[in-house]
Write a protein that binds this ligand. Structure first.
Ligand SMILES: [Zn+2]
Length: 207
């Protein structure tokens, strides 16, 4: 049976990114970028054999309830951070349990070296609702600071990498092989028949 991953991307579009950080030539916000992240991550995880609930609806109370009722094995709340524009770096929040710490460290180790900021840390929290009210391992990555111009642009431009690295951390956590996307060449075969006097006397299959 496939492991079940619940994704809860930020739902507030009022969390605006730095106004000069552009996505498709315009400014953007945390809801839009984290929904992008959730969609990319869902594709990665499904390809690796996971079942995914991509919860782009309701508030955190609805999502925690649905994740718990669904019986998710892992809950990931997807976020980017905001402070005063001067701080940058990756901060992964996790519930203070062995399994939540394990996935927190795996995500932190992959994303922090890539993000421009150096203010990286793993933050244990027993009070964040999506970490404390979830029954399964739960983690809340703040991939970077979206009010810092350099980091906001990095987030926008590297969301595919962020999703791929997060998917690899999830694979490591469950001991599942990460299958990178490969160009599959479809197998083409030809059948050759030797016909003598209307009778097939021999057939070959050529690859
Ligand atoms: Zn957020």
């Amino acid at each position: 049976m496939a492991y079940k991953i619940a994704l809860s991307p930020e739902d507030r579009s009022t969390n605006t990114y730095h106004p000069q950080a552009l996505y498709r030539g315009r400014s953007t916000n945390e809801q839009e970028q984290m929904r992008r992240c959730a969609d990319l991550l869902e594709k990665e995880l499904v390809r690796c054999g996971f079942e995914v609930k991509n919860m782009q609806y309701g508030n955190m109370y609805d999502r925690v309830k649905d994740g718990n009722n669904w019986g998710a094995d892992l809950y990931i709340a997807l976020h980017t951070n905001g402070f005063d524009g001067t701080v940058a770096g990756t901060r992964v929040h996790c519930y203070p349990s062995d399994k939540s710490r394990k996935i927190g460290k795996l995500i932190q180790a992959r994303i922090a070296p890539l993000s421009p900021g150096g203010s990286d840390k793993l933050v244990e929290s027993a009070t964040l609702y999506e970490l404390k009210a979830t029954k399964m391992a739960a983690v809340l990555p703040e991939f970077g600071f979206h009010d810092n111009l350099a980091e906001a642009q990095w987030l926008i431009d590297n969301m595919g990498t962020i999703a791929a690295e997060t998917a690899q951390a999830v694979c490591d956590y469950f001991g599942v092989a990460y299958g990178a996307e490969t160009q599959k060449t479809p197998a083409v075969t030809f059948e050759v028949r030797q016909v003598v006097d209307g009778q097939v006397v021999q057939t070959w299959t050529l690859a």
